[in-house]
Design a protein around this ligand. Structure first.
Ligand SMILES: [Zn+2]
Length: 161
């Protein structure tokens, strides 16, 4: 069996009054992430980790942020499409491990709901989706609540036969 790993990173700006989509769900928040799609920073980082593991470039390469088709798009579509691309090439998602860096609101109470939303899109068990959250201890743009970061690593496997 062939095993590969991949790394993903993403950042989005936060803006007052915007809806906040994170990990495939809508978070109750005063500020939300801005971007061309629904700006789900966690899904974008996971997509990049999976694409990187399969050596298929990155999310912006497949879903350009100048393409009107993706304006306001639900990022769950991107993750299911990335999974489909991997399956086409014989890869299966093993597990993903992620960290969201966000000052407010608290992410921990929503992690179970995020895992439930994301696991089926990658066709893995919820136990194969790890999501962790931390703050930036008030430092930098995340600490000033101007933005949100997400990191992800993914493992994928392919049978040799
Ligand atoms: Zn993004």
């Amino acid at each position: 069996m062939k095993i590969r790993i991949g790394l993903g990173y993403d950042v989005h700006m936060l803006e007052e009054g915007k809806e906040f989509f994170l990990g495939g769900i809508k978070l109750p928040a005063e500020k939300g992430a801005t971007g061309h799609s629904d700006a789900d920073v966690l899904i974008h980082a996971i997509c990049d980790a999976l694409l990187g593991a399969a050596n298929l470039r990155d999310i912006g390469y497949h879903f350009r942020n100048t393409d009107e088709r993706w304006a306001g798009m639900d990022s769950k579509y991107f993750l299911s499409e990335v999974t489909r691309m991997l399956h086409e090439r014989g890869w299966k998602v093993g597990n993903v491990d992620c960290t969201v860096v966000l000052e407010a609101p608290k992410v921990n109470p929503h992690i179970d709901a995020m895992k439930k939303a994301l696991a089926p899109l990658m066709q893995v068990d919820e136990d194969d989706v790890s999501i962790k959250a931390t703050t930036s201890e008030t430092l930098g743009f995340v600490g000033r609540q101007e933005g949100v970061n997400a990191y992800a690593v993914a493992l994928i496997t392919r049978d040799n036969g």
